[in-house]
Design a protein around this ligand. Structure first.
Ligand code: BGC
Length: 417
């Protein structure tokens, strides 16, 4: 059954229930953290497609980049026995929630719509708990990007960097010309965003996998990690004094308006450029983070479904899942969000040069073994180890901690279970 047929059949069931006076209006309560300009435009498309199916959208937005606040709110709701229909949860956290026994099985729609044949096997595996689909994937974000304002480069007499050395040369020139070289928000997840791109650029994908996915102690304590912290320490010197606590999208705005030259950030930043009417290749450049052109750190947003007691709530969950996977939604959402569709069968026609590059690099890196999960975006390791690792990186960014001490603290934090 395709998603249209499924919607028709679920809605017919609602109509029958309503006629018998048994069913309330279908509703989905969705917990998400898509609150910036580009994000809000994207989530509005999801709301629109649900409304078109006759489902009422109950918005449960919790602001805060990368979803730390949203995750706290979710835990509180689940503990109090009032889980939302769906929540923006991704990566290994899906398995952690599965173990709690609170997730809904959405195989009724996933099997009917043949999700196994539409999704890459690695993605399908992330969306399942013990073989059953419990989450619907929304997109693929690439994290190892550098967002650049070419007018700032020009003013500073700098050129677009492809390597770490070129990056430092450009940063020196931008700083010397009186502008901020690196736009950044001092928050642990943003610190880790820079850290992971630097680790990938300095050490390559094999090192990244060993150190930041397998948490291998030899890789964590070796010379490449020391070099990574040395480079990160140098990057600190190009960040302005007011970075502490700054939201990621405000840092992106500094690149958009020419106050700063470059930002390390996933391609949700592109959603901000797009919302501001800026054109890639003209008003801004999307460059792979220095030294990482052949690699790809992936981040897949997904909506995790929670067990609901009422039949009508379960049905609206299936409609939400079906809407998320529809080619129409995957196209319009990702055009606004800066990401690319996660499923096959979506037209590439309307996507811009950054998205096309992301699509090509996703394919080539998956063939070459250079496709790696993003640590900062919660795709690489369990939540406990991730939190401990991000704390160390944040401490390094906010103190005079030496690279040696950071390496030792990181290796210890990686043992957190
Ligand atoms: C999410 C994106 C979101 C970004 C900023 C990432 O972890 O995957 O969807 O736009 O955080 O909040």
């Amino acid at each position: 059954m395709n998603h249209k047929a499924l919607s028709a059949c679920v809605l017919a069931a609602f109509a029958a229930g309503a006629a018998a006076g048994a069913t309330a209006a279908p509703e989905v309560e969705v917990l998400h953290y898509w609150t910036s300009g580009g994000e809000a435009r994207s989530v509005a498309e999801l709301k629109k497609s649900l409304t078109a199916k006759g489902v009422t959208w109950k918005d449960f937005a919790v602001a805060g980049g990368s979803g730390e606040n949203a995750s706290t709110a979710l835990k509180a709701r689940v503990i109090s026995g009032s889980a939302p229909s769906a929540a923006q949860v991704k990566g290994p956290a899906i398995q952690e929630w599965g173990k709690e026994g609170v997730l809904a099985n959405i195989d009724a729609v996933a099997v009917a719509e043949k999700w196994d044949s539409l999704l890459p096997p690695t993605v399908a595996a992330i969306m399942k708990y013990k073989g059953n689909y419990v989450a619907a994937p929304v997109n693929v974000h690439r994290v190892n990007w550098l967002w650049v304002n070419p007018a700032v480069l020009k003013k500073a007499g700098a050129t677009a960097p492809a390597t770490m050395d070129e990056f430092f040369a450009a940063a020196d020139k931008i700083k010397a010309a009186g502008m901020i070289a690196v736009a950044h928000g001092g928050m642990p997840w943003q610190d880790t965003t820079i850290f992971e791109s630097v680790a990938l650029g300095v050490g390559g994908p094999e090192f990244y996998k060993k150190a930041l996915v397998q948490l291998d102690q030899a890789a964590l304590t070796g010379p490449v990690m020391l070099k990574t912290f040395d480079a990160l320490g140098r990057i600190k010197t190009y960040i302005d004094r007011d970075a502490a606590g700054r939201d990621w999208n405000l840092a992106t705005a500094m690149v958009i308006n020419g106050k700063a030259g470059m930002q390390f950030m996933g391609d949700w930043a592109k959603g901000e450029f797009a919302a501001a009417g800026k054109k890639p290749g003209v008003d801004y450049l999307c460059l792979p983070a220095p030294g990482t052109a052949k690699a790809y750190t992936f981040n897949i947003d997904s909506m995790l479904m929670f067990k609901k007691a009422k039949a009508e709530d379960q049905k609206s969950q299936l409609l939400l899942a079906s809407a998320i996977m529809s080619p129409e939604f995957q196209e319009v959402f990702n055009l606004n969000k800066g990401s690319i569709p996660v499923r096959s069968g979506v037209s590439k026609a309307k996507f811009d040069s950054c998205a096309l590059q992301s699509m090509a690099d996703l394919e080539s890196s998956s063939k070459s073994g250079a496709l790696v999960p993003s640590l900062s975006a919660s795709m690489a390791v369990g939540t406990a180890a991730q939190g401990a690792i991000m704390d160390v990186i944040a401490r390094f960014m906010n103190s005079k901690m030496s690279s040696q001490d950071a390496v030792a603290a990181l290796a210890k934090a990686a043992k957190t279970k």
